[in-house]
Design a binder for this molecule. Structure first.
Ligand SMILES: C[S@@+](CC[C@H](N)C(=O)[O-])C[C@H]1O[C@@H](n2cnc3c(N)ncnc32)[C@H](O)[C@@H]1O
Length: 156
């Protein structure tokens, strides 16, 4: 089931999200609903993260994202799946990226609580995770970026 329509995060917002979340070469990024794959590509190219995984339910967007990854020669580090984000494997994730809706984030909470590992972060563009306390919140132009720390953001 679709959680959110396709609206890309603008490229400067993608960079800001990764900056605010302090993405580094030690991170493994998972984008839940990866659209055209821009967060994955930027994370690897510009922030040097170890690996980036994207889940995208729409086949056309999955193909676009996969094509982009090939064009940029990132196939060794970026993997895109044409799969529901509720089936995402979060075991290796240290940084989870979201641009969905508040309702989708609400539905994701149990999965995030159960599977996001201690020490990982979640960065969400525009939509908060209700009831969780962000460790950082930044306004950037008309956008808001929320960072949540696991488990501190939900265990207070
Ligand atoms: C607002 S867009 C964000 C795209 C990208 N993350 C970005 O920030 O540019 C949300 C994306 O999530 C995808 N999506 C929605 N529900 C999904 C689901 N259940 N599983 C996987 N992808 C989903 C949509 O098709 C869309 O591409």
């Amino acid at each position: 089931m679709s959680c959110a329509p396709f609206v890309s995060s603008p490229h400067d917002v993608v960079r800001k999200m990764l900056e605010v979340a302090k993405a580094t070469k030690d991170d493994v990024v998972v984008d839940l609903g990866c659209g055209d794959g821009r967060i994955l590509a930027t994370a690897v190219k510009d922030f040097g993260v170890k690996a980036a995984f994207g889940y995208e339910i729409r086949e056309d967007l999955f193909k676009t994202a996969s094509g982009e990854v090939e064009k940029l020669n990132l196939t060794n580090k970026v993997h895109v799946y044409n799969r529901d984000l509720f089936q995402a494997d979060l075991k290796e994730a240290t940084l989870i990226t979201l641009y969905l809706t508040t309702y989708a984030n609400e539905r994701l909470k149990p999965k995030l609580r159960a599977e996001a590992k201690p020490g990982s972060r979640i960065v969400s563009h525009d939509f908060m995770i209700n009831g969780w306390k962000p460790s950082r919140k930044e306004n950037y132009n008309e956008h808001t970026i929320y960072v949540y720390s696991i488990p501190e953001s939900y265990s207070m």
